[in-house]
Design a protein around this ligand. Sequence first.
Ligand code: DX5
Ligand code: ZN
Length: 219
Amino acid sequence: MKKIQISPSILSANFSQLGNEIKKLEEGGADMIHIDVMDGHFVPNLTIGPPVIKALRQYTKLPFDVHLMISPVHKYIQDYADAGADIITIHPEATDNLKDSINHIKKLNKKVGISLNPKTKINVITDFLNEIDLILIMSVNPGFGGQKFLPEVLDKIKELKKIRDQKNLDFDIEIDGGINFDNSKLAIEAGANILVSGTTIFKNNDGNIKKNIDLLKSS
Ligand code: DX5
Ligand code: ZN
């Protein structure tokens, strides 16, 4: 079984203190930092872009797990690689040619992540499974932190795990949206090995980040 890793989303952090918040996440045992990039077009919300990510790079050596909710995504991939992303995750709906975008990320020596919205089916990516390092299963409709977990996506995770075993592949399965101390266990049992969490990590137990990360890890 793959090691369970926690990728806290800085979407729920104090945006006036992002550098310090990232340091706290590292001290609290985070395995990577999940950065939600939204463009007000692919999703209704607007967040941060490459200059902010570049400025944050100095605060930690942890991998930057960059979740791009922007469209068209292809022409911006290089900018996120240059800013310091380690994993670049894109949505299939946000590019005209998924194969080209995957190859572009690989050529930049970054890990390739593909994100599936709650309604997006696995068959969209079946042809590319060999090329993908990580599949990010959305358990809310992307756009905002603090939404309610959609349990129906657990079946998709189970199916992906089955396919990974059958085909002897090695991609990570990450889950994103509404993860809390109750459903984290269900996500792991289904086959997720990376848990993204914003609200639960930053707001629970009076914002005790270390405690919240520990609790999620021991789900
Ligand atoms: C939603 C984002 C998530 C979200 C996670 O579009 O991709 O990363 O911010 O936050 P919580 O854990 O609050 O659902
Ligand atoms: Zn995300």
